[in-house]
Design a protein around this ligand. Structure first.
Ligand code: GLA
Ligand code: ZN
Length: 674
C-alpha cells in the first residue's frame, strides 16, 4: 500500500516544518500564525526539543505550554507532526543518571551537552524516553489534527560505554550462540586473540582494536559493532514506536533520516517506519545528481513508497565552512526535485529563526526581522501558492524504474573497515559514478537491498560488492538467467557476511555469473592511472585494477576458450597490459558485466548509454545533462517533472510531446493522460 495511512490523513501536499514556539514569548505566536498562513504553510512539526520543559523532574510532567501550542495551531487550521522530544535529554537527567551519557570512541565519557547524546543502552533512557512518548500519545490521542508522529530527531552516532559493551556481549551471544562460533567468525586465532568467556569480549575502540582512522584490526568484530550499535538505537526507536502505537494505532509513525548516513542501517530501520521521512541538507559542492541520489535512496527504502521531506533549509545552513545562500529560485527547484523523486510533503527547518545559540544564523521562513518582506519569505510563499494547486493524485504516485543499484550498509561498513587495498576507496563515491551517469542519461534509478524483489528491473548495478551474501548471489544468478543484465565491479565477492574471505577465487559467489576469476588487485596511488580502450575510445583506469582471467582458467584442463565470455577492454599498461579490464558473460538468457577498475565520468556516461540502448530502456526525455526529468505515475496519469539546474535557457524534447523551453533554474510539472 502506497503510504496509505499517511495520505489518508492529508489530501494535499503538506507544506510546513519545524516550529518551536516554546522558545518564544506568547506575544509572538499570533504574529507567527498570521505570517505562516499567509505563506501557505499548512503543517507544523512541534515539540522536537522540549524534553526538559515537559519533564522538569523525575516524576513531574508539565504539558501546559504544549497544550496551549497545540490548541493554537489547531485553531489556525494547521496539521501537526508531533515529535516526542527524545532527541536531547534534560540536564537534570544526566546529572542524576550519568549512565545516559555517551562515551566517545577514544573512551572519554561525555558530560551533559549537545543533543542526540543519549546512550542507547542506558537504562535511564530506555525508561524515560518511551514513557514520555506514551504520555504524549495518551494526552493528544483525540486531538484530531495529528497527521504523523515524529519520534526523536535524527537518530545517529555511536556509543562506546561500558553498558554498551555489556549489551554487545549479549547481542553476540544471541547471534553466535557459542564462543567457538564467535572465535571462528572473527578469526580470533589470528594474533592469538582467542576468547574462552563472553566477559573477555572488549568492544572495538581506540583503546582496543584501532588500526588507523576508521580502520580496525578485527574487521568482523568492528562490523558487528556497527550492526549492534544500529540495532541498539533502533531498539530505542521501537520502544517509543510501540508505546505510541498501542494508544494511537491509526496515526502513522516516522523518524527523520539523513540520506546516506553511515551509522544506521536504514534499510533495516525502514521496516519499522510507517513511512520514510528525511532531512535534505546538501553541502555547497553537491551536484543536482548527488542530491537526487539521496532522495532515490530514501524512496527505495520501502521499495518505492513515497516519503516526506521532513527538513530542508529555506535559505542557508549554519554548519558548513561557507554557508552560501540558496540562490533565487533554488528553494523551489530543490523542493520540486524532492517531489520529482518521491516526496509527498515539503517541509523546512525552521519556521522562525532562533534568537540565540548555534542555529541563530540558520535560515528560517520568518527571519529575525520578523517581516514578510524578505526574499526568502516571498519564495516560500510563492512555492506554497503553487503547491496548493497540485492535485492529490500526486500523493503516493509511483516510479517505473528499470534500473536498480545495489546498496547495503553492511557492505559500506565492511569496505571502510578493510585494511587494504587503498585508503582512497570510497563506496559512496563509486556508487555515485554509476548513479550520476544514469541521472545524466535521464533514466530513473531505484536502490535495492538484498531482500528486495529484482523482477521488475532490466539492469542491476552492484558497485564494489565486497561483502556478499550467498542468498543474494543466488537471487542475482536467477535474475541473470532469466534475462537480466548485471554489472559488478572490482573488489567484489571478497568476503562473506561474517567478514571471512571467500576461498576459491574472487569474485566469490559471483564467479559463475561473471565467468571470470580475479587473481590480484593493484591499488594505484592517488593521481596514477592505467588506461583502456572501450568501443574505440580511450579511458582512464584508476584506484584499483583487478587482474582478471576467464574463470575456466582455474580448471587445469582449460584449453583457452571460455564459453560466453567476451573481453570488451584490456589494460594498456604495466605488467598486466593486454589482460582484461571489462568483460561480458552470457549466462542463461542474460549477461553479466565485470568492470575491473574505476574510471572517470566520460566512461560511465558512455557505458550506461550503451547499456540503455542495448536493453531498450526508454529515456524520459532528450535534454542536456543538467536538466533533470522524472516521471511519477498515478492511477489517472503521469506527472512529468522537468528541472533546469543550469543558469541558461534549455530545451527539452519529451517523448510524444513538443519541445519545451524552460528558463534558468526552473521547474515545470506536466500532467498528461496515460
Ligand atoms: C538537522 C536537525 C534540525 C536542525 C537542522 C539544521 O536537520 O534535525 O534540528 O538542527 O539540522 O540544519
Ligand atoms: Zn553506551
Amino acid at each position: 500500500m502506497q503510504n496509505k495511512k499517511f495520505n489518508d490523513r492529508v489530501n494535499k501536499v503538506l507544506y510546513g516544518g519545524d516550529y518551536n514556539p516554546e522558545q518564544w514569548p506568547e506575544e509572538i505566536w499570533q504574529e507567527d500564525m498570521k505570517l505562516l498562513k499567509e505563506a501557505h504553510i499548512n503543517e507544523l512539526t512541534l515539540n522536537v526539543f522540549s524534553w526538559a520543559a515537559l519533564q522538569p523532574s523525575e516524576d513531574v510532567y508539565d504539558f501546559s505550554k504544549l497544550d496551549k501550542i497545540m490548541k493554537l495551531v489547531k485553531e489556525n487550521g494547521f496539521k501537526v507532526m508531533l515529535a516526542t522530544s527524545t532527541g536531547a535529554h534534560p540536564a537534570w537527567m544526566a546529572h542524576r543518571h550519568p549512565d545516559i551519557l555517551r562515551t566517545e570512541f577514544d573512551g572519554r565519557r561525555r558530560k551533559f551537552g549537545g543533543r542526540h547524546n543519549s546512550c542507547p543502552n542506558s537504562k535511564t533512557y530506555m525508561k524515560y524516553a518511551p514513557l514520555l512518548a506514551k504520555k504524549l500519545a495518551e494526552r493528544y490521542k483525540d486531538y484530531g489534527n495529528i497527521v504523523a508522529w515524529h519520534i526523536s530527531n535524527e537518530y545517529g552516532g555511536c556509543c562506546y560505554c561500558e553498558n554498551c559493551e555489556k549489551a554487545f556481549r549479549q547481542w553476540l551471544k544471541d547471534k553466535y550462540k557459542t564462543i567457538e562460533n564467535l572465535n571462528r567468525a572473527w578469526n580470533l586465532d589470528f594474533w592469538g586473540h582467542t576468547i574462552y568467556d563472553w566477559d573477555e569480549i572488549v568492544l572495538p575502540d581506540l583503546r582496543s582494536e584501532y588500526f588507523a582512522p576508521g580502520r580496525t584490526q578485527f574487521q568482523g568484530m568492528s562490523v558487528d559493532y556497527k550492526r549492534f550499535n544500529s540495532d541498539s538505537i533502533l531498539k530505542c526507536y521501537k520502544a517509543e514506536y510501540d508505546a505510541i502505537k498501542e494508544i494511537t494505532p491509526d496515526i502513522p509513525i516516522t523518524t527523520n533520516l539523513m540520506g546516506f548516513y553511515y551509522d544506521l542501517d536504514y534499510k533495516k530501520w525502514s521496516k519499522y517506519m510507517d513511512f520514510v521521512s528525511w532531512d535534505n541538507y546538501p553541502s555547497n559542492d553537491m551536484s543536482p545528481a548527488e542530491i537526487a541520489m539521496g532522495h532515490d535512496l530514501m524512496r527505495s527504502l520501502k521499495q518505492g513508497q513515497s516519503f516526506v521531506l521532513m527538513e530542508q533549509t529555506p535559505s542557508v545552513t549554519n554548519w558548513q565552512p561557507y554557508n552560501a545562500l540558496k540562490r533565487p529560485g533554488v528553494l523551489a527547484l530543490w523542493s520540486y526535485q524532492a517531489m520529482a523523486h518521491g516526496a509527498d510533503a515539503i517541509q523546512y527547518f525552521q519556521m522562525r529563526r532562533t534568537k540565540g545559540a548555534c542555529e541563530a544564523l540558520h535560515g528560517a521562513v520568518i527571519d529575525h526581522v520578523s517581516s514578510s518582506n524578505t526574499r526568502v519569505y516571498r519564495e516560500v510563499q510563492a512555492l506554497g501558492n503553487e503547491l496548493e494547486n497540485i492535485d492529490e493524485g500526486l500523493l503516493g504516485s509511483k516510479f517505473d524504474s528499470k534500473i536498480a543499484i545495489y546498496f547495503d550498509w553492511n557492505n559500506w561498513w565492511a569496505i571502510n573497515a578493510s585494511a587494504g587495498p587503498s585508503q582512497e576507496l570510497d563506496y559512496i563515491k563509486e556508487l555515485r559514478k554509476y548513479y550520476c551517469a544514469c541521472f545524466r542519461n535521464h533514466v530513473t534509478v531505484d536502490f535495492v537491498g538484498k531482500d528486495d524483489d529484482l523482477s521488475g528491473y532490466k539492469l542491476l548495478i552492484a558497485p564494489v560488492l565486497f561483502m556478499s551474501d550467498k542468498a543474494f548471489a543466488e537471487k542475482v544468478e536467477d535474475f541473470v538467467k532469466s534475462g537480466g543484465t548485471f554489472v559488478i565491479t572490482y573488489f567484489s565477492g571478497m568476503v562473506d557476511e561474517e567478514y571471512l574471505y571467500i576461498l576459491g577465487g574472487y569474485p566469490g559467489y559471483y564467479k559463475d555469473v561473471t565467468g571470470i576469476w580475479v587473481e590480484e588487485s593493484d591499488a594505484l596511488p592517488n593521481g596514477a592511472t592505467n588506461s583502456f580502450f572501450y568501443n574505440g575510445k580511450a579511458y582512464d583506469a584508476s584506484l584499483i585494477c583487478d587482474i582478471i582471467h576467464p574463470v575456466d582458467e582455474l580448471n587445469e584442463s582449460f584449453k583457452g576458450k571460455a564459453d560466453g565470455l567476451e573481453i570488451l577492454a584490456r589494460y594498456e599498461m604495466d605488467f598486466y597490459a593486454n589482460t582484461p579490464v571489462i568483460t561480458k558473460n552470457q549466462y542463461g538468457k542474460g549477461r553479466a558485466y565485470y568492470i575491473g577498475t574505476s574510471s572517470t565520468d566520460d566512461f560511465y556516461d558512455d557505458f550506461i548509454k550503451g547499456l540503455l540502448k542495448e536493453l531498450q530502456i526508454k529515456l524520459i526525455a532528450e535534454a542536456d545533462a543538467d536538466v533533470e526529468v522524472t516521471e511519477r505515475y498515478s492511477k489517472d496519469g503521469v506527472y512529468t517533472f522537468i528541472l533546469n539546474h543550469s543558469n541558461e535557457e534549455k530545451t527539452v524534447q519529451l517523448q510524444g510531446k513538443d519541445a519545451i523551453t524552460i528558463a534558468p533554474i526552473t521547474t515545470k510539472i506536466l500532467y498528461k493522460d496515460l
